[in-house]
Design a protein around this ligand. Structure first.
Ligand code: FUC
Length: 760
């Protein structure tokens, strides 16, 4: 692992760091994760705390209960799993040269300090390859580690020590069984079970079991943590599978057979394969500033005139780090807090919220080159289809297809308000995975059946007016409590338009469902379309009643601008203008995720400076952990977690999508380079940005103008590119790269003539 000196050199790069241990979980501890497992590290010296989670540890019903109404369903909540406490006894008052940090290009958490003349180093990683969390503690003097390790559990599990292993085994009321194992290995010295309960104190008042492990005179320690549950993503087995004991034991044992160096190497190879595909350089930060702690940089950033392009790039990449760490194929998707949760009653149950939040989580997956990380959401949608269909029939009677309520758990149990276009919004993600990846098999077997069945729900449900117009009944614009349900709400109409548009395109690609395709195309024509109201706004309702003073955080009626594509600056300029009027009226100040959405909206409106204003408001450092809806309190915490407040990961992930949207758009007629470049980023470079159609783009710009672009074709489809007043159009071969060259006519205002292009 990296030496202290090498580490210092890299300060300021893709790293979050601090000069003191964390006190507060939500705002200061730093996250690692391997998909199913997540952990928050505090970097303590007296007591190190590693709070951990498993994505499938959910309380509440596994099945909707017949006879109960929507709000009566017990959807439970994502649960905290437990904690590891390592009692080291290095009182912080005696510690010097303390640093802790998170390197997001390696996905490694580290701590270094000196105490009583000994230099200590600690690293932690969550390995997806090996399915475990590893913590390694070293020192530059022999026998420097003496203390105790405890494994605590949040549900009163049985905890016992066996040799050098701690095991917690428990069962939730809903039948989900779970187990965690912590194996402690040492270089020299001894590690032994000890249940004398001699030391149980910790600053967080975590209730610590008597059983623990005592380590004595060890040169180094390696902790290997495995955790699992009996949840399986299959309603046919009522979501339960075998007890996790065997799988957890196998993972921990197999990791224990490898050296820490090997575990690290395997972890980095896997992680970098995903993370390393995309890079972003928005300019250099002044060296004195880039050397500062993350908190100091955030505080400097809060001063109007201060710039820190490296912090902005870090924030963009942090969203990719977080998604990679909490959303890997084979497990559940990222919930409201990704996977990181220290409470059994997290706000909004740490759920799958269908009216913006889970979708926003996945906005960066495709453009930021993490298509694999999109899979858990797609698999989740596939897994809840049947139970959602039953639930939908309970509500709407004999309809085909299905939809969801606003709050959803891991087993597809829904609660709270129905969100009729929720399934259509989900379906957009299945389509986007194809639009970027162009895998026709996937489209045929996975995405298209979902698109079609969700269309069928609307075929049954749309109301036809005498003039043939189709409207959705009983709509609600999230989350406008002042208004009763009504017909033709813009949010509904726009999402259904998007569903129909995606289904039509999908059928065109597949080429064998022409009748259905034409039928849906006919319905799309007749859908009530967005309207411009009396103050120039895009109407949120069919009736022109929008309140210009309404600053609600949800901007649902602008779905067609983003993430939809019904409204674009180029094709529907009047509607785009109206969307801008509405957006301005809503104002910039709101919750974290709302700011992130507005960053994307302004990018789609090609106003890079306003998108940048939203980015700055997202990077506003706060400490507020209570729930606040209004303008105050939102931004990021010192650990760069997005603050709704409280912590909600959608703001992080939505912001990363916003960066992509500022630099490249591909939702309307080809690839548009630098559509919303702010004045704040006159020069920069990005590699591995993805575009619909199956393209990957590297580009550099200087003085606000593109200087170099290379497009890699994955799909072999023809490519059309626009940048400012230049345009290119050319056939491609899958696997080939194409460098765009300046045309002779470059610079002619409005010219859209094909410029030259060449293979690299
Ligand atoms: C929606 C939002 C809230 C919050 C919650 C999880 O209901 O209105 O702001 O993000 O989801």
């Amino acid at each position: 692992m990296k030496s202290g000196a090498a580490r210092d050199e890299a300060l300021g790069a893709l790293r979050l760091w601090s000069d003191r241990p964390a006190d507060v979980w939500m705002t200061e501890a730093l996250p690692i994760g391997n998909g199913p497992m997540g952990a928050m590290l505090f970097g303590g010296t007296s007591v190190e705390r590693l709070q951990f989670n498993e994505i499938s540890l959910w309380s509440g019903s596994r099945m909707a209960v017949e006879g109960l109404d929507d709000d009566g369903q017990d959807m439970g909540a994502h649960q905290a799993f437990g904690d590891i406490l390592i009692h080291l006894g290095h009182d912080f008052a005696r510690v010097t040269n303390y640093r802790r940090g998170l390197d997001i290009d390696r996905a490694v958490h580290w701590v270094t300090y000196e105490c009583d003349g000994v230099h200590y180093e600690r690293t932690a990683l969550a390995s997806h390859t090996d399915g475990v969390i590893v913590v390694n503690l070293t020192a530059d003097k022999p026998a420097a580690h003496t203390g105790r390790v405890h494994l605590a559990d949040m549900h009163g599990a049985r905890i016992a020590a066996y040799g050098n292993r701690l095991r917690s085994v428990g069962k939730l009321d809903n039948g989900i069984e779970y187990e965690a194992q912590l194996l402690v290995l040492s270089g020299n010295g001894t590690v032994a079970a000890s249940d004398d309960g001699a030391f149980v104190g910790n600053p967080w008042s975590i209730s610590v079991p008597r059983a623990g492990l005592a380590f004595d005179g060890c040169d180094n320690l390696t902790l290997i943590l495995g955790a699992g549950t009996s949840f399986v993503q299959d309603h046919a087995t009522e979501w339960l599978g075998p007890h996790p004991h065997a799988a957890v034991t196998a993972r921990v044992d197999s990791a224990a057979e490898q050296s820490v160096r090997t575990l690290l190497a395997r972890h980095m190879e896997d992680y970098r394969h995903l993370f390393g595909r995309f890079s972003i350089d928005l300019g250099s930060t002044e060296p004195n500033l880039s050397k500062q702690t993350t908190l100091a940089r955030l505080e400097a950033y809060a001063r109007e005139a201060s710039t820190d392009p490296e912090l902005e790039a870090l924030f963009c990449q942090y969203g990719r780090y977080l998604l990679t760490s909490c959303s890997r194929p084979g497990s559940l998707p990222a919930n409201l807090q990704g996977v990181w949760n220290d409470s059994n009653e997290p706000v909004w149950c740490g759920d799958y919220h269908s009216n913006i939040n889970i979708e926003m989580n996945y906005w960066p997956a495709e453009p930021a080159n993490l298509a694999e990380c999109h899979r858990p959401f797609i698999d989740y949608v596939m897994s809840v289809r049947e139970v959602s269909a039953r639930n939908t029939q309970r509500k709407y009677g004999e309809v085909t297809g299905w939809t969801v309520q606003t709050m959803n758990n891991a087993c597809g149990v829904s609660a709270w308000k129905w969100n009729p276009p929720g399934s259509a919004w989900y379906a957009q993600h299945l389509w986007e995975h194809f639009a970027f990846g162009r895998d026709a098999d996937y489209l045929r077997t996975t995405a298209y059946p979902v698109l079609k069945e969700v269309c069928q729900f609307w075929v049954d449900r749309l109301t036809q007016r005498p003039d043939g117009t189709l409207v959705t009944p009983d709509g609600w614009s999230p989350e406008q409590y002042k208004y009763e349900p009504e017909e033709g709400v813009t949010y509904d109409q726009e999402i259904i338009y998007d569903l129909f548009a995606n289904t039509i395109e999908a059928a065109d690609v597949l080429g064998d469902d022409g009748e259905f395709r034409d039928y849906i195309a006919g319905l799309r024509e007749r859908l009530l379309k967005p309207k411009i109201g009396c103050w120039g706004q895009l109407q949120e309702w069919e009736v022109d009643k929008d309140d210009p003073k309404d600053d609600h955080r949800h901007v649902s009626h602008l779905f067609a601008l983003h993430p939809g594509r019904q409204i674009t600056r180029a094709e529907t300029p009047d509607l785009a203008e109206a969307a801008q009027v509405s957006l301005k009226a809503r104002g910039d100040k709101s919750t974290g995720w709302s700011r992130a959405w507005k960053m994307n909206f302004w990018a789609r409106l090609w106003d890079g400076d306003h998108a940048y204003t939203m980015l700055r408001s997202l990077l506003n450092v706060v400490r507020e952990t209570r729930t606040i809806y209004g303008e105050s309190g939102a931004g990021v915490y010192p650990n760069l977690f997005d603050a709704h407040p409280p912590f909600q990961i959608d703001g992080n992930l939505g912001a990363t999508a916003g960066f992509c949207e500022m630099l490249l758009q591909s939702h309307a007629g080809g690839i548009h380079l630098l559509p919303a470049l702010p004045a704040a980023w006159p020069a920069g470079k990005v590699t591995g940005l993805c575009a619909r159609g199956g393209f990957e783009v590297d580009m550099e710009w200087a003085n606000g103008r593109m200087s170099r672009t290379v497009i890699r074709s994955r799909s072999g489809l023809p490519c059309r590119v626009v940048c400012g007043d230049r345009a290119w159009q050319f056939p491609t071969v899958a696997g080939q790269s194409y460098a765009l060259r300046e045309s002779q006519d470059a610079g002619l205002a409005g010219a859209r003539e094909p410029a030259s292009w060449g293979t690299t």
